[in-house]
Design a protein around this ligand. Structure first.
Ligand SMILES: NC(=O)c1ccc[n+]([C@@H]2O[C@H](COP(=O)([O-])OP(=O)(O)OC[C@H]3O[C@@H](n4cnc5c(N)ncnc54)[C@H](O)[C@@H]3O)[C@@H](O)[C@H]2O)c1
Length: 350
């Protein structure tokens, strides 16, 4: 792991203490980084997390936290509808931002976040954490080394048999989440696929969205559910690569939780897939050599940086992020087009 020894200490804060706790764990192991503040409107959560991570200052108002002078950077792990306004507020206060996925509710918001960071002269990174798994990092090495040849087809998805997060909470309300499993889970797989294949420009998007279970489950529990529970789509790139994406919170599939990415290249193929039904991944590479098929199973993969280590180091060394805000915008453009296509039944030309 690259050292940040001797670099200016980075003083960080976290807003939103659900997923924000994972950010705090990430920052805890970063050299030359100090967790100075946390913020959440849920006072019980705030107190519990303050105790757990021994954080000196707590806030229920993010504006007050951003007014701290001895705060350099913040993680924003809030419900999706707050990503844009809170990122913009942090940028205006001169704080670097590590923003949770999805970047925003729509492209317009994502663009305004980039503009706010640019005009304030602060850095904005997306928390696309699935890029940081050892298997994703290793696969990227194979691809960038030319060992897969030209990749012309990618198939990827995250499917849950029954796994709606927070039924009735902001997750299942369109005005607060922007959508269902596509913007929640599909966003990770889409981002990973685009990063692996080097972000070719998307040209055409055809998507479908369905609500077959969530609304009925919600009705029985007297909760709000107005998002899809399964989405799928095709994205055709200008370089003729095709990406197929699928995501569900509920559907009659075999596994409780399935995450996969399959790549088809002229010199090799690959499959990255979660093991069992958990969050550990496996990687297989498929080649043909000397007239025979060859399956490669990379093992003992080196653990790289965490997203928080990367975020802090790139700020300290003034290096580009692996997951800059522009990649978040690109993902958002495709998500918006998939939703629009799902609504209209038409293909969307970007
Ligand atoms: N990268 C990942 O793997 C991953 C995993 C889970 C969630 N997420 C993302 O993280 C974000 C948060 O999701 P979550 O699961 O933690 O949700 P959550 O509802 O569990 O937590 C959100 C927290 O934000 C707080 N909050 C709401 N409004 C606030 C405000 N105005 N000021 C301060 N705090 C406020 C809530 O009290 C709550 O504690 C979402 O964007 C989600 O997509 C990412």
């Amino acid at each position: 792991m690259p050292s940040t020894k001797g670099k200016k200490r980075c003083r960080v804060g976290v807003v939103g203490l659900g997923m924000g706790r994972a950010h705090l764990r990430g920052y805890q192991s970063v050299p030359d980084c100090e967790i100075v503040a946390i913020c959440d409107i849920d006072k019980a959560r705030l107190e519990a997390v303050k105790e757990e991570f021994s954080v000196p200052r707590t806030f229920t108002d993010f504006e007050e936290m951003f007014a701290m002078e001895d705060l350099d950077a913040v993680s924003i792990a809030l419900p999706n509808y707050l990503h844009a306004p809170v990122t913009i507020a942090a940028a205006k206060a001169g704080k670097h931002v590590l923003c949770e996925k999805p970047m925003a509710m729509n492209v317009k918001e994502a663009e305004s976040m980039i503009e706010a960071a640019r005009s304030a002269g602060v850095r904005l990174m997306m928390h696309f954490n699935f890029r940081f798994t050892p298997q994703a990092q290793m696969l990227k090495k194979y691809i960038d080394n030319g060992e897969m040849g030209d990749i012309y087809y990618v198939k990827t998805g995250w499917l849950r048999r029954r796994g709606v997060p927070g039924m009735g909470s902001w997750f299942t309300q369109r005005e607060k989440a922007g959508g269902g499993p596509l913007i929640d889970l599909g966003v990770h797989r889409l981002d990973l696929a685009l990063w692996l294949i080097g972000h070719p420009r998307p040209k055409l998007v055809l998507g479908s969205t369905y609500t077959k279970f969530g609304d009925k489950m919600a009705k029985a529990a007297r909760k709000t559910y107005d998002v899809e529970d399964l989405a799928c789509g095709l994205i055709k790139m200008e370089n003729q690569t095709t990406v197929f994406l699928e995501a569900s919170w509920a559907g009659n599939s075999e596994k409780a939780e399935e995450m996969y990415t399959q790549l088809f290249g002229t010199k090799g193929g690959a499959e990255q897939r979660n093991q069992g039904e958990g969050y550990e991944f496996g990687l297989k590479i498929f080649k043909e050599r000397h007239g025979a098929f060859e399956d490669i199973l990379p093992r003992h993969l080196p653990a790289g940086e965490s997203p928080q280590q990367h975020f802090v180091r790139c700020i300290q060394e003034n290096k580009p992020f692996i997951a800059p805000a522009e990649h978040g915008l690109c993902v958002q453009q495709i998500l918006d087009a998939l939703y629009l296509s799902g609504q209209t039944g038409e293909a969307i030309v970007l």
